[in-house]
Design a protein around this ligand. Structure first.
Ligand SMILES: [Zn+2]
Length: 219
């Protein structure tokens, strides 16, 4: 049986050098959507026009100091975006709104991050892939709707400092309150914060979604 499986896998020719299955052609992606509409990568700004985008990887203002995305867009799987819509509505009632830094990230970008990052604890290992590659992780913060300004958080986005950890306590009380409000809002609506980055949220149920390597301009 093992031999049969191996030959079937080889026929599909989708495993990379780490043995990961990666969807990297548009036809396979379209076929997957036809089977299960939930796998669609939805443009977040189109689905929720009130979100603010600050796509740092489409600029040089990021830890890589280089442009990684050709387009300043953010995508996530359909059920992920549906949850974000609920969160945006809940935040609005309290005078806040989402600011999104990153969503789906093509696998090739994760490979580049890992090659160049100074601190490998803050970047996903390509041998496993990132939940961003599955369209199931979102990097975000919140803004004050009255002023349009960022709500103060413990560190800037993509900081490699210890204070980026969601349970870090050596901070002013109002900063902790802001951070915990963001985390509690996300975790009440189907996401889980990662252990070392207050801005990174994994969609609960990410295991059901494949790793992807299709660039934004094809979506
Ligand atoms: Zn992230």
């Amino acid at each position: 049986m093992l031999v049969i499986c191996l030959s079937a896998c080889a026929q599909n020719n989708v495993q990379n050098k780490y043995g990961l299955n990666i969807v990297n052609d548009f036809q396979s992606y379209k076929a997957a959507i036809a089977k299960n509409p939930n796998v669609e990568l939805v443009d977040i700004k189109k689905a929720i026009p009130t979100v603010v985008l600050d796509i740092r990887y489409a600029t040089k203002n990021n830890f890589m100091k280089q442009v990684m995305y050709k387009q300043a867009r953010a995508f996530a799987r359909k059920p992920v975006v549906e949850k974000l819509k609920i969160i945006q509505a809940a935040l609005k009632k309290k005078g806040y709104g989402l600011k999104i830094y990153d969503g789906y990230r093509p696998y090739a970008v994760t490979v580049s991050f890992y090659q160049k990052a100074s601190d490998k604890n803050f970047v996903a290992n390509p041998a496993k892939g990132s939940k961003h590659n599955r369209g199931c992780a979102i990097d975000l913060s919140i803004i004050d709707l009255k002023t349009g300004k960022d709500v103060p958080m413990p560190t800037p986005y993509d900081s490699f400092e210890a204070a980026a950890a969601p349970h870090y306590t050596d901070l002013p009380a109002h900063i902790i309150k802001n951070r915990d409000f963001l985390i509690n809002t996300m975790q009440a609506n189907g996401f889980k914060v990662i252990y070392n980055e207050w801005w990174h949220f994994d969609f609960v149920g990410w295991q059901a979604y494949d790793l992807m390597d299709i660039p934004f301009e094809k979506l």
